[in-house]
Write a protein that binds this ligand. Structure first.
Ligand code: SF4
Length: 349
């Protein structure tokens, strides 16, 4: 792990890895990556971009502008020189401040709203801001990012097949191991969904089928709802602590089960096998990666819009035209489908 230091705050939320930039002429000395889409999972999906940029330009200073709390996933990552965080609602001023103060030579942005893309294109010597252009309905979002950047010669062609990776310290990994006691092949359930339309109605049934051997991870309110239920509770964990638990699950050959959420992407990014339960979002675009199993409910639903999720009739209010009792696609993924597909689960039945 490189030396790290906190630098005096121009913003209170800045973390830097001290590394001098000695860059050959004609190559970017300062690279800014902007991810202000707002979700933890969005930041995980952009990690391969950050790592590919670092491999292409290892001597450049690489700065990431994002939101809390996902920013902590970048701590200890040797590819990242500095992290800055934008306040929610203050994203455009934060981008303008970075462009004015830090003057990056190259900017890569997942974020276009509120004139952010236009400002970057106007003020940065080189930029890529249209990573969402013409998305094919069956290409994973992260792979699409990489393919566009390679086509524009911003990253190397060999880096189009890079998976997200979160860097943990040895001490963090040790803490994750302790949280799981001596469980040999742990099964961790992540029932929180973030959005009503992504909630899976069969969690209790799955936990009951696992005969109390599964762990539940989540925020305190989630854990309270499971108290006295058919699963063991992990303590409330900070995000990096949770990532370390997931890493321990992966090391022990266990599995993490959950929906299309940021924590599940973190689990995959630290090497845990995952079972992803997908309903309104298409697993072909938002799947959790090659080492997991993604179960798609009602793949034939005619209302699903793989490249325009937020325009789906069900998206914001979870009103499903196919079912009066909740998203039919989520209900379509039965506990047996989860149990049958994953050896680590089968062994505890
Ligand atoms: S319309 Fe219903 S079944 Fe179709 S994606 Fe939306 S919630 Fe799922």
């Amino acid at each position: 792990m490189p030396d790290q230091e906190r630098i005096p705050a121009q913003g209170p939320d800045r973390w830097t890895v001290g590394r001098p930039a000695v860059v050959p002429p004609g190559r970017p000395a300062r690279i800014l990556v902007v991810d202000l889409l707002g979700g933890l999972g969005d930041l995980v999906m952009v990690l391969p971009v950050i790592h590919a940029l670092h491999r292409r330009y290892p001597d450049a200073a690489l700065r990431v502008l994002t939101h809390q709390p996902g920013d902590v996933l970048l701590h200890h990552d040797p590819a990242v020189t500095t992290i800055t965080c934008a306040e929610r609602g203050g994203e455009r001023p934060a981008v303008l401040a970075e462009l004015d103060r830090w003057r990056p030579d190259l900017v890569v942005s997942t974020t276009r709203y509120d004139g952010i893309a236009g400002a970057i294109e106007e003020l940065a010597p080189q930029s890529v801001t249209d990573l969402w252009r013409s998305p094919p309905p069956d290409e994973p979002v992260g792979a699409r990012y990489l393919r566009i950047l390679a086509s524009e010669h911003v990253i190397a062609p060999r880096d189009v097949d890079v998976a997200p990776r979160v860097v943990l310290t040895d001490a963090e990994r040790a803490g994750g191991e302790q949280a799981l006691d001596d469980e040999v092949r742990p099964v961790v359930l992540v029932p929180a969904a973030g959005m009503l339309v992504k909630q899976w109605p069969h969690w209790r049934q799955l936990a009951t089928a696992l005969a109390g051997r599964a762990f539940v991870a989540g925020e305190p309110a989630v854990l309270d709802a499971w108290r006295g239920g058919p699963a063991r509770l992990l303590p409330p964990l900070a995000l990096r602590e949770l990532a370390a638990v997931f890493a321990a699950v992966g090391r022990r050959g266990g599995v993490v089960v959950g929906g299309d959420t940021g924590p599940m992407r973190v689990a995959a990014a630290v090497g845990a096998r995952t079972v992803g339960i997908f309903g309104p979002t298409p697993s072909a675009r938002y799947g959790l990666g090659r080492f997991g199993v993604d179960l798609q409910g009602l793949p034939e639903c005619p209302h699903r819009l793989p490249t325009a999720l937020t325009e789906q009739v069900c998206w914001w209010e979870a009103q499903c035209p196919l079912s009066p009792v909740g998203p039919a696609c989520m209900a379509d993924v039965t506990p047996d489908r989860v149990l049958d597909l994953v050896p680590a689960l089968r062994s505890v039945r």
